[in-house]
Design a protein around this ligand. Structure first.
Ligand SMILES: *[C@@H]1O[C@H](CO)[C@@H](O)[C@H](O)[C@H]1NC(C)=O
Ligand SMILES: *[C@@H]1O[C@H](CO)[C@@H](O)[C@H](O)[C@H]1NC(C)=O
Length: 539
């Protein structure tokens, strides 16, 4: 026995001595992921060892911490050294097609499990975990923190060495490719942006897409002859000082009335009180004709009003509603307006009626409880529930804001190419069919901007302008007065600069005198680009 132990120790000692020489390599500041810095080629994958992401088959939830396990299937075969690391997906790079953009792979860290002391990390190898010693082992663990939303698939892989210079490549059972779980993803609000400095204002379309019917929710649909419906939808685009509701907080009088009676009057009043201050647009849409149909509305956002909140009642129900609060549209990553945000809605409980089923008769909760997830069905736990509706919020257009042209270009703080704010993508350019100079394609005219001048005696007698843009390689070239413009922006050929891209006409319009700022749809039309000045493209 003693002899055996000694032999074991000796083996480790020798192994350690053998490896000593290779430690200096680490000082070379090069990340070598081969186990024990071996110079031999790997053996093909060996089915004795497996890499597993605990609890994940195919889909990961962004920003979630997972345990990664590397182990011998038979719990017998041992290995002395290993490497666990990750690679991110790629997406095409429009600026440089030969250099695709590598997406994030999240973080790989040593396990926090106190029993798993046998991993270590090296500063030259980020997001990679190695053995802490060369003791034979049959299983090790590491942590993987999945990347944020929008990073598609990640491959976690391992190298395993059973002896010095005998190691297996990461193919087959030693690598695992997992992709973002979009269903769960659509359950998550985009992260809030506490520093929204986007210059332009934006208009969004909001589609409320009902997805609740007996067929989709047999255990969660009223057993009634009365009409089953969603109430009108009420909400706002707003800044951080407006609160429609919050989880775990008491419902306002207006929300109580909406949730309990489907009556939107009081909630609308509460929103109107904040209009022009923390509220930019009152969002109002008639409820969809059926609970599996859609309804559409639109709203405006600005750097000060970049959230939306809304709610609608579930009818009949005790006090259940669908809604969202502080849904962020000023994308944290790009600093620009999000082009498309999708969010699933599940029933919430306003905390004022203790009824347990859709048809329950009134039974006031005293004192009221805070807003929480609605406990609708014993058979279907909340996290297995199908959404009752989906919000689809799509950027329609942006409006230049002449008062803050500078800030647009100072807002981005990241130098990483991946995070450069991209201008919002708009629908494909529609060419003006009546263009006078066929060799100089231009987009079709945008809508006329509002008639501008002072409102005198209920009438504006002024001018209004509309724009179109030169189109180069299918991209509409818009003028953003950017002196540091992107060098890749195509130049408008000189002969095409003759083709006018703005038009102004006389207009008369009724108006009401008010102190409110007019909708910021104005643009300085007199301040158009002069020939020779630099063009900067946006699409
Ligand atoms: C995910 O993590 C990033 C970076 O830590 C953070 O900025 C973001 O808010 C998180 N997103 C969600 C949905 O939790
Ligand atoms: C909603 O409530 C208001 C009072 O706050 C009332 O005047 C109105 O008639 C109600 N609307 C409906 C449709 O019941």
């Amino acid at each position: 026995m003693a002899m055996f132990k000694l032999k074991g120790c000796l083996k480790i000692l020798i192994t350690t001595l053998l490896l000593q020489g290779s430690y200096s390599q680490e000082e070379m500041e090069i990340c070598n992921k081969k186990p024990l810095q071996t110079k031999t080629a790997p053996l093909p994958p060996d089915n004795r060892f497996v890499l597993e992401i605990v609890g994940v088959d195919n889909d990961y939830i962004p920003n979630t911490t997972y345990t990664v396990r590397l182990y011998a299937k038979d719990e017998q075969a041992s290995f002395i050294a290993f490497t666990i690391s990750a690679t991110g997906d790629q997406k095409p790079n429009e600026r440089n097609p030969r250099k695709p953009i590598i997406l994030e792979h999240g973080r790989i860290l040593s396990s926090i499990n106190p029993d798993a002391h046998d991993t270590t990390t090296k500063s030259v190898c980020p997001d990679t975990v190695f053995q802490a010693n060369v003791m034979p082992k049959t299983s090790v663990e590491a942590q993987w923190i999945a990347p944020p939303k929008g990073n598609k698939c990640v491959t976690i892989y391992a190298y395993v060495a059973v002896k010095p210079d005998v190691w297996y490549s990461s193919d087959g059972p030693l690598s695992k490719k997992v992709c973002e779980d979009h269903r769960k993803n659509e359950d998550m609000k985009p992260p809030e942006n506490n520093d929204c400095r986007v210059c332009e204002e934006a208009r969004y379309e909001l589609k409320f897409e009902g997805s609740w019917s007996y067929n989709t929710h047999p255990l969660m649909y009223p057993k009634t002859d009365k009409e089953v419906k969603f109430s009108d939808i009420v909400g706002a685009s707003h800044g951080k000082n407006f609160i429609l509701y919050r989880d775990n907080a008491d419902a306002s009088e207006g929300l109580q009335m909406l949730a309990k009676q489907g009556n939107t009057t009081r909630l609308e009043e509460e929103i109107l009180e904040m209009l022009g201050d923390s509220v930019r647009t009152v969002i109002k849409a008639t409820g969809p004709p059926k609970t599996w149909m859609s309804t559409v509305t639109s709203f405006r956002t600005s750097a000060q009003h970049h959230f939306i909140s809304l709610a609608c009642a579930i009818i009949p129900s005790p006090d259940w509603f669908l809604g969202v609060y502080n849904m962020e549209l000023c994308d944290v990553k790009t600093g620009n307006w999000a082009t498309n945000v999708v969010l699933n809605l599940y029933p919430m409980d306003a905390g004022i009626d203790s009824g347990l089923t859709f048809e329950s008769s009134d039974e006031a909760t005293l004192p009221p409880k805070p807003i929480a997830k609605a406990d609708i069905s014993r058979e279907v736990p909340y996290d297995k529930m199908r959404p009752f509706a989906k919000l689809i919020v799509t950027l329609v257009r942006t409006y230049a804001n002449p008062n803050c042209i500078q800030e647009t270009f100072t807002a981005p703080s990241s130098t990483d190419e991946e995070f450069k704010p991209e201008p919002p993508t708009s629908p494909p350019v529609v060419l003006d069919p009546n263009n006078e100079v066929p060799d100089c394609p231009v987009s079709s005219w945008e809508e006329w901007l509002p008639c501008e001048d002072e409102c005198i005696d209920g009438k504006i007698d002024g001018y209004q302008t509309r724009f179109r843009y030169h189109v180069i390689n299918g991209v509409a070239i818009k003028n953003f007065e950017d002196e540091n413009g992107d060098a890749n922006t195509p130049e408008v050929p000189e002969e095409c600069e003759e083709v006018s891209t703005s038009e102004t006409r006389h207009c008369e319009e009724p108006c009401t005198e008010q102190t409110d700022e007019p909708e910021a749809e104005r643009r300085i039309w007199s301040d158009r680009l002069k020939p020779g000045q630099r063009w900067s493209g946006r699409n």
